[in-house]
Design a binder for this molecule. Structure first.
Ligand code: F6P
Length: 361
């Protein structure tokens, strides 16, 4: 049996632990009857036939290792079916299908997020046996309660907010901690609540800067010397939410600050006279060792993927639903984003704790 594995899109904690979960479980089940192959740098390696045979040792000692031993890259889904000059006029999809046909893989195991799943589904529709595992610190993949990487990133972002607390207190300052997440606010919401933030701004709830200022002034009046705002990199103002996609892009292109947090800091400072600092942990949130929860989750996902391969059930993503690992058909996952719904438990908990979400209630 020949199985190839690839990791695609932005990296996160737990990729190596997930590869290990799949590999160890396949070796345990099939012994020397299984051959494992590693595709370099995600779909780039499949397009260019950059694949190497792996052995058992490759998967030893990687449980706690950050990043991915296979490398990764972003290959936009929209480019997959377009003729590419660098590939002699062939499409990237054609090149990938050629590689799979030549190698005669029994299954391709793909670890990735949203964009990755669209291409995985495309390969599956073209006859490639595919099993996928859901990764991303954004936790925005449809069909699974959790993606791996998310819990580790929440831990990091929360510890940033924790550290900011003491300096914010000492200097009686307002701090903005900007967390990752362009379209989905899960990471900001979880870290914001876990870190005890006073204001949480996420892309799903356009904020009103006057309301944010009202909350900060009220806190000051109540004798609270500092405030902490957890702001998603994709947070948008209510004025921006009213713009068309084109107008929004144009407005952001002319924004003079490097990110939404700096703009917000300027606006709050101008309106309240309060001193504001911005902290952006950035890719720090995606780096380093997976937390224990992610090690466990990836081990469960990896072993479930091996079970699907053993029972020849392809075209599926392994998912966590109600604390059970279940297969979900790729066509149900591909192209769908799981954003924060306004009536979810986490939003209710935030409101119940008196956390402002940037809109008057
Ligand atoms: O998709 C995960 C993610 O970390 C997002 O939260 C973030 O906006 C983006 O990737 C950053 O991408 P890049 O690695 O290309 O800088």
């Amino acid at each position: 049996m020949k199985i190839a594995m690839l990791t695609s899109g932005g990296d996160c904690q737990g990729l190596n632990s997930a590869l290990r979960g799949v590999a160890k479980s396949l070796y345990c089940r099939f012994g020397n009857d299984v051959e494992l192959y590693g595709v370099r740098d995600g779909y780039r390696g499949l397009i260019e036939d950059d694949i190497r045979k792996m052995n058992r040792n490759d998967f030893s000692g990687i449980l706690t290792l950050g990043g991915t031993i296979l490398g990764t890259s972003r290959q936009p889904f929209k480019s997959m079916c377009l003729p590419a000059e660098e590939y002699g006029g062939k499409t990237r999809l054609e090149k990938m299908l050629e590689t799979c046909k030549k190698a005669r893989f029994d299954c391709l195991v793909i670890l990735g997020g949203n964009g990755t799943h669209k291409t995985a589904n495309l390969l599956s529709e073209h006859g490639v046996n595919v099993v996928t595992l859901p990764k991303t610190i954004d936790n925005d993949l449809w069909g699974t309660d959790l993606t791996f990487g998310f819990e580790s990133a929440v831990n990091i972002a929360t510890s940033v907010i924790d550290s900011i607390h003491s300096t914010a207190f000492s200097h009686s300052r307002v701090f903005i901690v900007e967390t990752m997440g362009h379209k989905a606010g899960w990471l900001t919401l979880y870290a914001g609540i876990s870190g005890g933030s006073d204001v949480i701004l996420i892309p799903e709830i356009p904020y009103d800067v006057d309301e944010v200022c009202r909350v900060l002034k009220k806190r000051k009046k109540e004798g609270k010397p500092f405030s902490i705002l957890a702001v998603a990199e994709g947070a948008i103002s209510k004025e921006e939410a009213a713009l068309s996609k084109k107008e929004f892009k144009a407005a952001r292109a002319t924004m003079k600050e490097p990110s939404v947090s700096y703009r917000l800091a300027n606006e709050i400072s101008a309106r309240t006279g309060q001193e504001i600092r911005v902290t952006i942990p950035g890719h720090f949130q995606r780096g380093g060792s997976p937390c224990a929860y992610d090690r466990m989750l990836t081990t469960r996902f990896g072993t479930a993927a091996a079970e699907l391969i053993a029972s020849k059930k392809f075209g599926c993503m392994v998912a966590l639903q109600n604390n059970r690992i279940v297969p979900v058909p790729l066509e149900e996952v591909a192209g769908k984003l799981k954003t924060v719904s306004l009536d979810c438990d986490e939003i209710r908990a935030a409101r119940a704790m008196g956390i402002s979400l940037g809109q008057a209630e």
